[in-house]
Design a protein around this ligand. Structure first.
Ligand SMILES: Nc1ncnc2c1ncn2[C@@H]1O[C@H](COP(=O)(O)OP(=O)(O)OP(=O)(O)O)[C@@H](O)[C@H]1O
Length: 273
């Protein structure tokens, strides 16, 4: 359903993404890992057409989405929702309005400016919030919610687009372990129940191992690993992260038991990333 062929993005002389190729045959939950600067965000942003590629092709169901322009590009962005580390909600707007913003691509500017939402859309937004366990927050301002709740609102906004693909750029990097788990459980459930393709940039190995069907490791813009979580051994991880023999795998944990104390290994990894 998706094929990246030699996708490259140069910034000046530097290749942020360097001839990346892979195929996805059917909807899967894919994690992309790698240290800071490896090119993970740039790759996702090219998929969503927030950043242009320098060369290569990205075929989705046979169509090169990197060459789409105008309305067809916006239609593609409607099918390919994106979730960000910082949630990107409108803080002072209520939760349900934030979710309804997921319909902006297919609605007129005027009705949006004046906040006229069709009843059907409002009911759909409430149903999605209910599905994600946050319906009781619908009338609150987004800024009044916890980080984990805000990220679930962002997921609800993505679902409002009914996308074929959900791209998540470090969706749990700003969350405490408990909320991180809630958000990852939510994404996994959406994949399992709706069969949507999910590609998530993740900054910790244990999350990639626990939630993904397939993990792609990037280093210096290139794919240096592409396999199952089982194949992601400590040696492979060391290679992806470019760490030396002192690389300590426990340093990549965000598990509820293993995280959180400043000065411990888990904290050290956060710094590595
Ligand atoms: N707009 C830009 N202009 C110049 N260089 C850029 C730009 N965006 C990214 N880069 C560079 O491209 C490389 C890849 O960055 P990218 O953000 O994709 O990495 P990443 O793996 O997502 O890292 P992080 O997790 O820190 O976001 C880095 O060297 C970065 O400095």
């Amino acid at each position: 359903m998706l094929e990246a062929r030699q996708v490259t993005r140069l910034f000046g002389q530097k290749a942020a993404v360097d001839h990346v190729s892979f195929r996805v045959e059917k909807p899967a939950f894919i994690g992309i890992i790698g240290r800071s600067g490896a090119g993970k965000s740039t790759f996702l942003r090219m998929m969503n057409r927030l950043t242009d590629a320098t060369s290569g092709e990205l075929l989705f169901e046979g169509r090169n989405i990197l060459s789409l322009q105008g309305k067809s590009m916006r239609d593609w962005q409607g099918q390919c929702a994106m979730i960000f580390q910082q949630f990107n909600l409108v803080p002072r707007a209520d939760v349900v309005s934030n979710v309804l913003h997921g319909t902006l691509a297919r609605r007129g500017t005027l009705s949006t400016m004046f906040g006229f939402w069709p009843d059907d859309d409002t009911l759909k937004a409430l149903a999605i919030l209910d599905r994600l366990g946050i319906a009781e927050q619908a009338a609150k301002r987004a800024e009044a919610l916890s980080g984990g709740q805000q990220q679930r609102v962002a997921i609800a906004r993505a679902l409002m687009q009914d996308p074929k693909i959900i791209l998540a750029d470090e969706p749990i990097a700003s969350l405490d372990p408990m909320n991180a788990q809630l958000v990852m459980d939510t994404l996994r459930r959406i994949h399992d129940e709706d069969r949507r393709l999910i590609i998530a940039n993740l900054h910790t190995l244990d999350t990639a191992r626990r939630y993904c069907d397939r993990v792609i490791g990037m280093r210096d813009g290139r794919v240096v690993f592409d396999g199952t979580p089982d194949q992601l051994t400590t040696g492979v991880a060391r290679d992806i992260y470019g760490a030396d023999a002192s690389f300590n795998e426990s340093a990549t944990s965000t598990s509820i038991d293993g995280l959180g104390r400043k000065g411990d290994d888990a904290y050290a990894l956060a710094m590595l990333n």
